[in-house]
Design a protein around this ligand. Structure first.
Ligand SMILES: [Zn+2]
Length: 101
């Protein structure tokens, strides 16, 4: 385990999501709950192709997650509308009985 430049031994492995090092893990200092700025790479450098491809995949994944959230909200709204319409139908049926069917 590496030792930080400030001498702190309380380090954590963190994953970088920057465009230059997507998914590459590094050691980060946790001294006094704020980082002293030192990092030590845990993983080897990524190949150029990975550095080019991974940020695009992450952006695509984020767009898909946003679409999924919107679709989930829309589905909830449709369920509420259906429940409300069935509630109105039940109220109408209770008031007027079978005569209106
Ligand atoms: Zn440190």
């Amino acid at each position: 385990m590496p030792i930080c430049a400030c001498g702190n031994c309380d380090l954590a492995i963190v994953t970088s999501w920057s465009d230059r090092n997507p998914g590459r893990r590094f050691w980060s200092c946790l001294r006094n709950e704020r980082r002293c700025g030192w990092i030590g790479w845990f993983d080897e450098p990524m190949c150029l192709r990975s550095v080019e491809v991974i940020p695009g995949l992450i952006r695509s994944m984020n767009k898909l997650q946003e679409s999924l959230q919107q679709a989930t909200l829309q589905a909830r709204m449709y369920k509420l509308i259906i429940l409300f319409s069935w509630g109105l139908f039940a109220i109408h049926y209770l008031k007027h009985g079978r005569s209106c069917l």
